[in-house]
Design a protein around this ligand. Sequence first.
Ligand code: KIV
Ligand code: ZN
Length: 547
Amino acid sequence: MNEDEVDIQDTVYFFDTTLRDGEQSPGATLNVEEKLEIARQLSRLGVDICEAGFPIASPGDFDAVRRIAEEVGPLVEGRKSGQPMVIAGLARANEEDIQRAYDAVKVAPRHRIHTFLATSDIHLKHKLRMDREECVDQVIKSVSFAKSLCNDVEFSPEDAGRSDPDFLVQVLAEAIKAGATTLNIPDTVGYTTPEEYGRLISYLIENTPGADTVVWSTHCHDDLGLATANTLAGVQAGARQVEVTINGIGERAGNTSLEEVAMAIATRPQTFDLQTNIDTSQITKSSRMVSAYTGMVVQPNKAIVGANAFAHEAGIHQDGMLKNQQTYEIMRPETVGLNASKLVLGKHSGRHAFRVRLEEMGYDDLSKEDLNAAFARFKRLADKKKIVTDADIEAIIADEIYQPPEIWKLNHIQVSCGDHSIPTASVSLTGPNDEEYRDAALGTGPVDAVYQAINRIIGVKNRLTEFTINAVTEGLDAQAEAMIRIQPINGEREYGMNPQTNEMFARTFSGHGASTDIVVASARAYLSALNRMLAAREEEGSVVSVQ
Ligand code: KIV
Ligand code: ZN
């Protein structure tokens, strides 16, 4: 975005970094198709700028950013702003990174280079081993180089929250002179309080020469649970871009969550008196999609998108709600895309009723194949369960649609277990060459036996790092949703690179599965994680082998 394109006074622009800072969180590894799907949803949600990744990290990361720029960059349909998203790529402050970021984003009609360099003494001394003068020089060089390629340049002084404000003024003034159009102020380690962060933004805007020619931006981390409060304090101090992620995912405790900031601004117009381009009715769908693809479960009491965010259990609250919703409800659930259904779905419901409900829930863009697959699952579930709820439908969508390519497919499993027998499982899978594979194994329990049998067939060494299973609804006939994470053993290709620490980290792959049978749900989750790991290997050019 250029200065002449933005309305600095009245609009808060949403810069979503789910696919970059969010993807840096352990277990959130996404493949290219999943990143594209999330980017399309961010576009529908009305995000102004999408930070699509860190292109220098690997050929796979570059390719994902380039494809998002090419395929999602031009989309405008249904967007409140009437403009396509700006596609941004992250780059450390050096020419190679910046060139690579530019090459990845340049096909998007609106594109941005986002470059950063740490400015706190602690980072300068221990991480970068440079003095302040060298830091200023590198900022001038890198921002000028970025500007020579691209009009829209964002600069971030990393760890600004712990940097000397007067040194920040000096660095940021040079960044403006070198051509930066957005200045982002990261509280990288989530250290500041709202009062301090707001004061820092005011101080920088008041004292940096040329401050009125750029957009000021917030970027807060949630280590002290203050990310949303800090972001809003930054907005009140004059920032007009907020850097956020869906569900607040991100490194350590995460980033500021998009839905909290968007709903605070929408719900408190007298306090903020600002507009956004966010279509809040897309929030719930975006949250579910990101949670399913990243395997990062949303805590039930999470503001706006948690399962209990709009639930009223206490009798006194329910009584008040029945008399007048405003007694205990500051936002209507439909504002965030949670529509109470007028339809009760069960075994007699047909395809039309199912499709209408999906549309009401925001799933109006499913392909014919996805709709058929979801409907077949719905019918099977309705045979076992009297009433199919929205939560059941969400679980079906996550299990059928938000899945990696099915390199390995579950046909059947059979287990025998009990307190007087050794748990035994036999498994039948279809492999990448469409052939059927069968094997059996013993385990410490039924789930372990199934995993051992699957391992005997697929033969990809991995470590299970997390396994959870939850009931989707109440009642004994409830569906179970299993979520697991695995890490490859000796998988030299499954590494990511953290742009801030420059360290390679072992990627974790998540998977989820749903069924009324907990062992089947666990098997589906395990295969989903294995397929995600194998898809990542394929993306990096390796061949999936059957042993
Ligand atoms: O938290 C941070 O400092 C960042 C920068 C790279 C913007 O994510
Ligand atoms: Zn960050």
